[in-house]
Design a protein around this ligand. Structure first.
Ligand SMILES: N[C@@H](CCC[C@H](N)C(=O)O)C(=O)O
Length: 296
């Protein structure tokens, strides 16, 4: 039986299993990823991060991101900060500025003197086709310099900004993020037929010009305690609507991030921590989940 070394990490309460794919050799099936991420039958995590050698000369590393449902995705803000702390902790590099390849492209990360990580997240894209979002036969509404689109959710209409942070986001403003129907509407938005690749659904409440509160129903996971790309998407939406100024603090249930955006690249600053290191026998993924599967 193959043993897999792993590190459990969290960034603002968004939790990860980080795997060193440079010094260990293994291949994971989607069923094994779902099992490892399972909170009862496996280790438990929102996402699994796989650190590999880069395929591009300009990059120091490549890291791949898998949601708890087993699907591979393009980008992960909280994961990026955990990745930097991980490669330092296990001695894969001593560089403080690291160029890393993710599915969405190259990103640069800096481990700051105070231990926080600054991530150059890339520039947001607003063209519906880039999200992708099917904007046919619906009329948008302007909100400052931003565009809101109507979405029908079981007879109810909500207005969302749609944007790509490399991964897809739909952000709506709510009166009170604590009472917003994040679980019900989040699930409907995530699977809405206008989003061909599904979407991360953000619910933001403006508190002050330098502070917003956010909850995110993540694609392939459900509600998480924090979402880094979601924090960027919400900050950009609020900035375009003229509701906040940069830098803005995004407060989520698991912690806070600082987002800086002057119209091009977005910078995200926050902490990341190792929770524990461990080792697990790599089972086929179906056996441990079979009890659960029998009830589906
Ligand atoms: N938690 C992440 C985002 C992870 C990917 C997301 N669920 C998706 O499917 O796009 C973050 O911190 O950005």
């Amino acid at each position: 039986m193959q043993k897999l070394q792993f590190t459990k990490m969290q960034g603002a309460g968004n939790d990860f299993i980080v795997l060193d794919g440079i010094r260990q050799s293994f291949a994971l099936t989607p069923a094994q990823i779902r099992w490892l991420a399972d909170r009862q039958f496996g280790i438990g995590a929102d996402q699994i991060l796989l650190v590999e050698r880069p395929s591009r000369a300009e990059a120091d590393f490549k890291y791949r991101i898998f949601n708890a449902d087993g699907g591979e995705v393009e980008h992960c803000g909280n994961g990026a900060r955990c990745f930097v702390k991980f490669v330092h902790a296990v001695g894969l590099t001593h560089k403080r500025q690291i160029c890393v390849e993710v599915q969405k492209g190259l990103i640069t990360l800096t481990l700051q003197e105070n231990g926080e990580v600054c991530v150059e997240m890339g520039a947001p894209l607003f063209e519906p086709a880039h999200v992708p979002f099917d904007a046919s036969q619906i009329e948008p509404r302007a909100a400052g310099n931003d565009t809101m689109w109507p979405l029908e959710l079981n007879g109810k209409r909500v207005w969302v900004s749609v944007l790509s942070m490399g991964n897809p986001h739909a952000v709506q403003q709510v009166e009170d993020v604590e009472t917003a129907p994040v679980l019900r509407d989040g699930a409907l938005i995530e699977a809405h037929p206008r989003f061909a690749q599904r979407v991360n659904a953000g619910f933001m409440q403006i508190i002050r010009r330098d502070l917003l509160k956010l909850r995110v129903y993540e694609r392939g996971v459900g509600e998480t305690l924090a979402c880094g790309t979601g924090a960027c998407a919400a900050a950009v939406t609020a900035l375009r609507r003229g509701l906040v100024d940069s830098p803005v603090t995004v407060s989520m249930r698991g912690g806070q991030l600082t987002i800086i955006w002057e119209g091009a690249e977005i910078y995200m600053v926050g902490s990341a921590m190792i929770v524990f290191n461990g080792e697990i026998d790599l089972l086929d993924g179906l056996a441990p989940l079979s009890t659960r599967l029998n009830f589906n």
